[in-house]
Design a binder for this molecule. Structure first.
Ligand SMILES: NC(=O)c1ccc[n+]([C@@H]2O[C@H](COP(=O)([O-])OP(=O)(O)OC[C@H]3O[C@@H](n4cnc5c(N)ncnc54)[C@H](OP(=O)(O)O)[C@@H]3O)[C@@H](O)[C@H]2O)c1
Length: 316
């Protein structure tokens, strides 16, 4: 059984009850680049509804940069990224068999840095038959060099009913801890919603960004109603919010929520949604970890501030 030490650094009961507000101890000015000595400073955490387990509201995604890695390419920047992430208290890491060598790279990094017990490892299964599913999941265990994966989610609804049934068997057997489903496509929302009503899941993963808020209309509220944790993929809207904000100064009022950079602005908007559990920005550079983990510290936007953030982005 993994006993991640980070779980012991959970939020206060007050923060649990009011996820939009950071605990008093966290209401210090945010720092864009926390020093390594700040490594153990508490992060804002939220519970996985099915268990109550607390996880930090910012995780690490491994699509793209990891997918693009060539055999023999220098992994030192990724090593620095992961070391930094773990030092700063990060736990949730997300990957998928379809992200090239990402799973194997992650397995290597976790073994080299000896940090597997501190992490909450998420991967996916995305195939067309249960035989393929069984084989793919076994390969994920080998790639990740672990005998237990924290969360396995069915990727983009592929063979969803059969794969979920198998994932529940694995959960029963103690080889995985949570079962989920993911999508990042609007065209799948209708089927995804029907699946959420039909199935019992620990979590969903969905695309949501300041300039891509469709998931907040039905999917995310439904997850809350059904007691499912919500992980956010594509939190920067495939980079579109970066393009829209490039060269623009942050509004003065961003200081009221301890935000010092645009990425923190975008991420705090997402994780302050009361039904959102954790956003997983893709990160392959340590400086992005320093920046993005700042979104898990300090004051969070309330409903009025969230509207103001939307209006600002909509007006660009
Ligand atoms: N259906 C699904 O299940 C699904 C679909 C899509 C994604 N996902 C998951 O969600 C994760 C996130 O999606 P994503 O990586 O495609 O998109 P994203 O998180 O919206 O954007 C990631 C890109 O943003 C850049 N970035 C990150 N932090 C930054 C910062 N502080 N300042 C400036 N740039 C920053 C990085 O650029 P550089 O490239 O320059 O490092 C990175 O490639 C994936 O890694 C994956 O784990 C799941």
């Amino acid at each position: 059984m993994q006993t991640p030490r980070r779980h012991l650094l959970g939020l206060t009961a007050a923060a649990l009850a009011a996820p939009l507000a950071a605990p008093a101890a966290l209401r210090s000015p945010a720092r864009a680049q926390p020093a390594p000595s700040a490594a153990t400073a508490a992060l804002v955490r939220k519970p996985i509804p099915s268990s109550g387990e607390m996880i930090p509201v910012i995780g690490l995604g491994s699509a793209r940069r990891y997918e693009e890695m060539k055999p023999g390419e220098d992994t030192a920047p990724l090593r620095d990224t992961w070391r930094r992430f773990e030092q700063l208290g990060g736990t949730v890491v997300d990957t998928a068999p379809s992200y090239g060598n990402a799973e194997a790279i992650m397995g290597g990094l976790m073994a080299d840095l000896s940090i597997r017990p501190n992490l909450f490892v998420c991967t996916k299964v995305g195939v067309d038959t249960i035989e393929q599913g069984r084989a793919q999941i076994e390969q994920s265990f080998r790639n990740l060099r672990t005998d237990r994966v924290d969360l396995v989610a069915v990727h983009n609804l592929r063979d969803i009913t059969a794969e979920l049934a198998y994932l529940r068997e694995l959960k029963q057997a103690g080889r995985i801890r949570y079962v989920g489903a993911t999508t990042s496509f609007d065209r799948q929302y209708e089927a995804f919603e029907a699946m959420m009503r039909r199935e019992t899941l620990d979590s969903i993963q969905i695309d949501y960004a300041l300039d891509n808020r469709n998931a907040a209309e039905r999917i995310i509220p439904l997850a809350k109603e059904r007691g499912m944790a919500v992980f956010i993929n594509l939190p920067f809207g495939r980079g579109s919010v970066f393009r829209a904000t490039q060269g623009r100064p942050l509004p003065d009022w961003a200081a009221e929520i301890d935000v010092t950079t645009w990425p923190q602005f975008m991420l705090k908007y997402l994780v302050s949604h009361d039904a959102v559990t954790c956003a997983i920005p893709g990160m392959a550079q340590a400086r992005y970890v320093d920046d993005n983990m700042g979104a898990a510290r300090g004051r969070m936007p309330d409903a009025a501030m969230r509207r103001r953030m939307e209006q600002l982005i909509d007006g660009l």
